[in-house]
Design a protein around this ligand. Structure first.
Ligand code: 5GP
Ligand code: ZN
Length: 114
């Protein structure tokens, strides 16, 4: 999608350091970190939100969880724990209309979220 911020990050139009990249997803640091580790994992393919997950693309969330687990081990927060968050739609707090998963770690995370 030509005017999508996260498509531009994924395809290199906006230069961004990737913590992880493969044929399906990229991972990079959130610009406004809410925890010592705050990483976004996004599909390279444009998907508006979790509402658009279907038979053809439902491998993506599982793949994202695999990448989150890999990053947790590599970056050293696997043992202490972490949170994977997907915000969907207005009331879910989604501000960027390209599916993304937040990985938050490095401090105790309150529950429930606000
Ligand atoms: P949402 O609120 O949609 O769940 O999350 C969007 C996230 O994208 C926010 O945490 C925000 O800080 C992050 N973000 C917005 N613009 C940029 C950007 O240009 N670069 C990076 N790295 N993160 C961004
Ligand atoms: Zn997009």
């Amino acid at each position: 999608m030509s005017d999508c911020l996260f498509c531009k990050i994924a395809n290199g139009d906006i230069p961004t350091e990737f913590l992880y990249e493969d044929d399906k997803v990229v991972a990079f640091k959130d610009i406004e970190p809410q925890a010592p580790h705050h990483i976004l994992i996004i599909p390279k393919e444009h998907i508006d939100s979790a509402l658009e997950i279907n038979d053809a693309n439902c491998d993506i969330p599982g793949h994202v969880f695999m990448v989150a687990s890999k990053l947790a081990k590599e970056l050293g927060f696997a043992q202490d724990g972490f949170r994977i968050v997907n915000n969907c739609g207005r009331d879910g707090g989604q501000t960027v209309g390209h599916l993304h998963f937040h990985i938050l770690a490095g401090r105790y995370l309150q529950w429930p979220p606000g």
